[in-house]
Unconditional design. Structure first.
Length: 278
């Protein structure tokens, strides 16, 4: 009697374990990449970008040819950027462009390449406080200007084009400020010819910047110190025709929240699932 009960109990436990194992296997086989993708979306919504990166990378490594793999790649660019890792975001953008040149979200990758180039030099701190970047190294900003220009040339009708145009204006003015910061330094050192070169560079090469009036002021001071009265008079006339523009908060337009990439429909088992997350 005891042996029969022991056998029945062992059989019940074995069956329960088998059913439990099958159930777990079914859950994992069903579409585990979607589990990771949905997890990433929940984490993005609460600004947990580190966690979202972890979920998206699992899709990339475990399901590189899955239904969500390409969308995970492009959303990884966004999450890396929002997590403050500009180098990783730029690398992810370049990788996506190389691997998915005909993807519907390819314009987003080009746009984010420019964004990450700029903020890579400005640093995370500049995203949250009003920092004067014109006196710092702006090589990243110059690269971003080139990348935004390439983006607008390739995708003039992209939904991200307005964002890129605003940032081009910001960077153009930043480059002009940087040149004139150097001119101010030369004036302090009484190197007026060098200051004139910097101011003329801004007027001739960045004609639509907000710094034209300031460049003319530097020219006027330099000409006065060098005794070029005729040039002082002509510069005064140019100053009259080019008054100083009103002060604007340019920094906020660059660091405003950027959009998520488009989320495309994913075909699974013959049905179309919408992944809209915006």
């Amino acid at each position: 009697m005891f042996n029969n009960k022991l056998f029945q109990l062992t059989l019940i436990l074995a069956i329960s374990f088998f059913n439990s194992s099958c159930s777990k296997d079914e859950v994992e086989i069903e579409r585990p990449e979607k589990v990771y993708y949905d997890q990433a979306q929940r984490r993005i919504k609460v600004n947990n970008y580190y966690g979202a990166i972890e979920s998206l990378q699992k899709i990339e490594t475990q399901y590189p040819f899955g239904k969500y793999a390409e969308q995970a790649q492009v959303e990884l660019i966004y999450c890396q950027y929002m997590n403050g890792d500009d180098i990783a975001a730029h690398a992810a953008s370049e990788r996506f462009i190389r691997l998915q040149p005909r993807h519907p979200n390819i314009d987003y990758a080009y746009f984010m390449k420019g964004m990450s180039s700029y903020t890579r030099d400005s640093g995370t701190l500049a995203r949250v406080i009003n920092t004067d970047l014109s006196t710092r190294d702006i090589s990243g900003a110059k690269l971003a200007f080139s990348e935004f220009t390439e983006f607008l040339t390739r995708f003039p009708d992209s939904q991200y084009a307005p964002y890129a145009k605003k940032r081009l204006v910001y960077i153009r003015n930043l480059v002009a400020k940087n040149e004139l910061a150097a001119a101010d330094y030369y004036i302090k050192r009484k190197a007026y010819v060098a200051a004139i070169r910097r101011a003329n560079y801004v007027i001739e090469n960045i004609p639509n910047s907000s710094q034209n009036n300031r460049a003319l002021q530097i020219l006027k001071v330099s000409y006065q110190e060098l005794g070029y009265d005729d040039l002082v008079a002509s510069t005064d006339e140019l100053l009259r025709l080019n008054p100083a523009p009103p002060e604007t908060d340019e920094d906020s337009s660059f660091f405003e929240r950027i959009p998520l990439p488009n989320s495309l429909p994913v075909i699974i088992a013959g049905s179309i699932l919408s992944n809209a997350i915006n």
